[in-house]
Design a protein around this ligand. Sequence first.
Ligand code: GRF
Length: 212
Amino acid sequence: MKHIVVLISGNGSNLQAIIDACQQQRINGTISAVFSNKAGAYGLERASEANIPAHALSPADYDGREAFDRELMRQIDAYAPDLVVLAGYMRILSPAFVAHYTGRLINIHPSLLPKYPGLYTHRQVLENGDEEHGTSVHFVTDELDGGPVILQASVPVFDGDDEEIITARVQHQEHAIYPLVVSWFVDGRLEMRANQAWLDGKALPARGYAAD
Ligand code: GRF
């Protein structure tokens, strides 16, 4: 059984989707622990509810980003994870953290990367009048939201949409694609090689897996 560690900062709806997929054996792995940089994150309750060890570390207790990440790595490594999943983890990672988990560290970002890295993606989509929006699962590299894309899902934007509606529409897709990508990884089908994502021995295109 492969071991997964999930990092969150908030609601944890993507964490919940991964918990559900593990319980339903759509993912052949187990979530060994959940870590949050916010003690009040609702996702910690979701983890406890599922009998998964849930830990909160407060950045204020550490002398800078490197020291915080060092302790986080120490605690994560106690679970010997095969895969580390960022699921709404709203904190910049130190280069040492990224280097330590490279190739087994994935993130979900609410835009059709490379469009809109960073924050406030839904707002930018609405302000720019885009007709299409979406979400991307990618391997994490040192470039913020810039690592190789594994899978994207797009959603339409309709007249009259507001941030709340479009966020819900995007998240609905996230809850489908993130567990799927995790399952590919734990089944040994997915890897990062030479800064590119590979699925079943084939290099994926820049926008990730696309069904024929
Ligand atoms: C998701 O929309 C994800 O794309 C972004 O943060 C959000 C987290 O939501 N990185 P949740 O905590 O999983 O509900």
